[in-house]
Design a protein around this ligand. Sequence first.
Ligand SMILES: NC(=O)c1ccc[n+]([C@@H]2O[C@H](COP(=O)([O-])OP(=O)(O)OC[C@H]3O[C@@H](n4cnc5c(N)ncnc54)[C@H](OP(=O)(O)O)[C@@H]3O)[C@@H](O)[C@H]2O)c1
Length: 330
Amino acid sequence: MKVAFVARYGPPEVLEFREMPAPTPGAGEVRLRVLATAVTAADWRIRSGVLPRGFGVLRGLALGFGGPRKGVLGTDAAGLIDAVGPGVTRFVVGDPVLAFPGIAMGGHAEFLVIREDGCIAPKPANLSFEEAAALPFGGMTALDFLRRGEVKAGERVLVNGASGNVGSAAVQLAKHLGAHVTAVCGATNASLVRSLGADEVIDYATRDFAARGAPFDVVMDCVGNAPYSRVKDVLAPRGRLLAVVADLPAMLGAAFAGRTRSHRVIAGPASEKGEDLMAVAELAEQGALRPMIDRRFAFEEIVDAYRLVDSGRKKGSVVLSLDCRAGLRG
Ligand SMILES: NC(=O)c1ccc[n+]([C@@H]2O[C@H](COP(=O)([O-])OP(=O)(O)OC[C@H]3O[C@@H](n4cnc5c(N)ncnc54)[C@H](OP(=O)(O)O)[C@@H]3O)[C@@H](O)[C@H]2O)c1
């Protein structure tokens, strides 16, 4: 099978295509013929080795020295089940699914093996394979942080970085929960985030959301420029900062930050649970969560896809389509 391989940390051009044997599913595992995958911020971080401040020293141990230990990246995938291992009961060959291998990676390949009780769910009937591949990373991260932040109907939620993959899902899910949503994005993305349900929009180039205005019950930072020290004065009593991006000092200090003002800071990796992927897929099926695709590329154009992700300017997801006929070769 064809895979996109990263042998060393670096710019998008480090990507190379390799041929590898297609994996065989073991007991309790299924194999997907990948029809669409995404290039996510996690793929960018692992390919480039660019981690939030403080994590650099841990990079070698956590991800690999010189280059990622897992050379085939790809956190998200959608496709058809094409083989099942012994004992599999949940899926049969031919089922359309979406999967979130997440930090285990492997989506940038023609085939992906995953446990049937892992992060895999039936593809929502109203989504194409490309839309399904655009769903897990942003949807699961947003769902997990909003849940940990105990967002309730009627609360005022601000999403910083609302036009990105996580932010665009967060705006929709916070609205679905009944919150009043303020989206922070660039002026060119204002109508886009309004179409996702944002009640108010702040252009970060002309207004500092942390400088003044009515307090927020929840601030969700999907950019990494809104630490607690910046947002504490716009958090209401019992307010929560959802630090989707946090450097190491902020992550270590999260449990203590804001205690004197009865604020909470929630940071750390988002959970990777199969039940969350099921929930995200169901929300998409109901129409409550619409995956947003900035641009589609062919698998062979993965370097160009990474260039767009590296720009930090993408809207929602960047998706790669895999040629079905190539996939059938095995
Ligand atoms: N904790 C976790 O487990 C976890 C999970 C997932 C993601 N993350 C992290 O979360 C971050 C966001 O991920 P993502 O996939 O959503 O990224 P993304 O899609 O690449 O975000 C790009 C978006 O950010 C916007 N943006 C850039 N600078 C901004 C600013 N100063 N203010 C407001 N918006 C700004 C851009 O809009 P403009 O073009 O208008 O600037 C663009 O639409 C990444 O750093 C990722 O590593 C963490």
